[in-house]
Design a binder for this molecule. Sequence first.
Ligand code: 6CS
Ligand code: FE
Length: 302
Amino acid sequence: MTLVDARIQDHYPTRVEPAQGRGWIERHEPTVWPGVAKGPASAAELTRHARDGFHIQRDLLTTSEVSAALNELRAMVEDPVIRADERTITEPASDEVRSVFDAHLFSDRIARLVKEPRVLDRARQILGSDVYVHQSRVNFMPGFRGNGFYWHSDFETWHAEDGMPGMAAVSLSIGLTDNLPYNGGLMLMPGAHRTFVPCLGRTPDDNYRSSLKAQKVGVPQEDDIAELARRHGIGQFTGPSGSALWFDCNSMHGSGNNITPYPRSNIFVVFNSVDNALVEPFSARERRPDFVAARDFTPLKT
Ligand code: 6CS
Ligand code: FE
């Protein structure tokens, strides 16, 4: 039994038993919210974001910004203290670093970047409100041994395990290396963000300890994925380092393993609307730790 406040209705029941059925639920919320008229995103970009659930921002970072960030982050993960930190996640089959969470707290450079108008004002424009960082991470996706991420909706996890009430969050993935079709470039189904796909299976306690390595619970059934792909097709975020992908919290996305020599390292920051602050998990017995789901809802200011 999850201790969810009865006043907060669960519009997106998930982690259900097969007998409960898992009929798809149409999205209740807009993708691009009203409320913030001005910002760096063009009308065409916002139209594309609303239609597909994502849009690409070329050259968000300059070449020198990319190399400075990459050098700093690669040095960071060589630090034994960082490697021993619980916010550092290694690959399932090796001790290569897969992700480091709280990147905007570890790195002053990333802390500054998330508050710059070229980032913060675009997030506010999409969500139509003040925002805060729900989660940040650096995904290193190393060459040869970088494991991908199976198909999923981030919102499904954030709703079930973090108590995110509605779809009013947007993620930013900034390429620190080239994102290529063959080195684990993120795949997304354009338009699938308008459908919520409930998932089967109760959330195990401390699920994040395994799910951040390889997600097993909270992934859609294969026939759901096949039907979504039939309706929407599959696109992919590719581009030179410095390119950025903005994608809706309910985008259906995944990435393949990286067996090439070329790492696919990205900075990943999730902005949540301050009007969508977390409550208690809707389908888990306990909250996840703050480094995965922040509970400081103070609005970010430039
Ligand atoms: O559980 C989470 O919050 C993370 N898991 C995945 C696969 N994507 C979103 C998020 O970083
Ligand atoms: Fe994800």
